[in-house]
Design a protein around this ligand. Structure first.
Ligand code: BDR
Ligand code: CA
Length: 310
């Protein structure tokens, strides 16, 4: 069983990723930490607590984190996630409390008190919290297990600008810290996540499952289907954030290539671009880039996991 901290900005697809991880027998979720991203931090932490309650996982602490990127003004992606971040779900005040202490401290504490290499971190939003944690504790990078991230764009370009994907674009300086830290980072950028699309059949398969997390997941996917159609004309929206979680559960669903990833932090034109260099010594490479995904396999895994109660 892999111990895991999930750092996220729910966010419709973050919410689906949380449901997948909360129900996964392969994963022990130690904590959820939140960051301002798709919507402001006050909402992402409330949304994480809402999802925790729907999943019946109040045993997992939720820590609030950075409200803004390291150097840039806060961004937002309300067009794709709705004004409150969870599509058209009716917001409610969760009963579970927010845990004490900023997310960056929680990450340091949880990782440093466990054996080196044993705790994975999934970053599903701007990387501000993990970057702050690395600045706070210099030994964190070498103590971390795999860092799995949703972020980056390469072959088909970005989704915010021609060059950049939202999570990296929102806080390029934090992403540069994380990719430069020397820890193992596995990146699921748009090359992979744009292959994992919620087609009508796949949404229907989830609509048939009679658990609360499945019902909520289906509603979130329906919302994404509508917004994707309006924004891009595509019939099936990509399911970004569940990809790194799915990889931790079933690595065979993805094809990864060893590489070195660097982030553009200076140019306004290409801000947040991920330069992915494959001409590296595979044995020494610290980064891997997802080039292909078994989309049906990811959706089958999501459906099977949401069916089974943990
Ligand atoms: C990423 O940006 C956010 O809007 C999504 O939640 C995902 O993490 C996709 O570019
Ligand atoms: Ca996200």
């Amino acid at each position: 069983i892999q111990s895991l901290i999930i750092d996220c900005d729910p966010g419709v697809d973050d919410a689906v990723a949380l449901f997948l991880a909360f129900a996964a027998p392969e994963l022990e979720v130690l904590a959820v930490t939140t960051v301002g991203g798709n919507v402001p931090g006050a909402l992402t932490q409330r949304n994480a607590r809402m999802m925790r309650q729907i999943a019946g996982r109040e045993d997992v602490p939720v820590f609030g984190g950075a409200e803004r990127p390291l150097k840039r003004p806060p961004a937002g992606a309300g067009d794709f996630h709705g004004a409150e971040g969870l599509g058209d779900l009716e917001p409610f005040a969760p009963t579970g409390i927010i845990a004490d202490g900023p997310a960056a401290n929680a990450i340091v504490d949880l990782v440093m008190k466990r054996p080196a290499g044993s705790v994975a971190v999934a970053v599903l939003g701007p990387m501000t919290n993990l970057a702050l944690a690395m600045k706070r504790e210099r030994r964190l990078a070498e103590h971390l297990g795999p860092v799995v991230v949703m972020g980056g764009a390469r072959s088909e370009g970005g989704n915010v600008t021609a060059s950049a994907e939202f999570n990296i674009w929102a806080d390029p300086d934090a992403a540069a810290v994380v990719f430069g830290a020397g820890c193992e980072v596995i990146a699921f950028g748009l090359d992979a996540t744009h292959q994992v699309r919620a087609t009508e059949d796949r949404i229907r398969a989830i609509e048939k499952i009679r658990t609360e997390p499945a019902r909520t997941t289906a509603a979130l996917l329906r919302f994404s289907q509508r917004t994707e159609r309006q924004a891009t004309g595509e019939a099936a929206p990509p399911l970004h954030d569940p990809c790194p979680i799915a990889w931790l559960m079933r690595p065979d669903l993805f094809t990864l290539k060893p590489c070195r990833i660097e982030v553009e932090t200076n140019s306004e034109l290409t801000r947040g671009h991920t330069a992915v260099e494959f001409r590296v010594d595979p044995a020494a490479a610290r980064h891997r880039w997802a080039v292909a995904a078994d989309a049906q396999g990811v959706f089958d895994l999501l459906a099977e996991t949401l069916k089974a109660k943990k």
